[in-house]
Design a protein around this ligand. Structure first.
Ligand SMILES: Cc1cc2nc3c(=O)[nH]c(=O)nc-3n(C[C@H](O)[C@H](O)[C@H](O)COP(=O)(O)O)c2cc1C
Length: 158
């Protein structure tokens, strides 16, 4: 059993997949000197802290850009985002979307998954194909469209 499953069980029965979920997506500019080792330490923090907050998501790192998807209870995500926004390892934090909905998690098994920017399209497509809920699929489809339209263009280029 991994830590994510603890988090889900703490919130209630994981089979009750529809719950009020706050979803925050942002992009930021990686600070100078932040390398793979620094990003590994960020992921370590996330895996240590996110499960007890019921937070899941993914972090994309590449082309000097961070892109993070956070989902969980609103207060917990908001508190974490305040910490993250003040982190000197990045700057120019721009919120792409923030919403609260009654729905399933898009990334229920990921405390915080590190995704290479070259793989982001495949990750989103895979999540969309596995989504059991229409709104789920639509949210991912929109993100894919933004990616393809170049709105997230920095993410896909080397
Ligand atoms: C791009 C980025 C993403 C981050 N994502 C998370 C996260 O998902 N969870 C987390 O606990 N900390 C995250 N952090 C780190 C926090 O800003 C903060 O350093 C950390 O939560 C402190 O906790 P610690 O003392 O346990 O390491 C992130 C930092 C950056 C720069």
């Amino acid at each position: 059993m991994n830590a994510t499953h603890h988090a889900l069980n703490d919130e209630g029965d994981a089979s009750h997949a529809y719950r009020l979920l706050y979803n925050l997506v942002y992009c930021s500019r990686v600070a100078a000197g932040v390398d793979d080792a620094a990003v590994a330490r960020i992921i370590e923090s996330a895996r240590r802290n996110n499960p007890e907050q019921g937070i899941t998501g993914l972090l994309v790192f590449g082309s000097g850009i961070f892109f993070q998807w956070l989902e969980g209870p609103r207060d917990n995500v908001t508190q974490l985002m305040a910490l993250i926004a003040a982190d000197p390892r990045h700057g120019n934090v721009v919120t792409i979307s923030a919403s609260e909905e009654l729905r399933e998690r898009l990334f229920p098994d990921w405390d915080m998954e590190l995704v290479d920017s070259a793989d982001i399209r495949a990750v989103l497509l895979d999540a969309k194909q596995n989504a059991s809920e229409t709104r789920h699929r639509l949210a991912l489809e929109q993100l894919l469209q933004e990616l393809d339209a170049g709105q997230l263009s920095d993410l896909g280029t080397a």
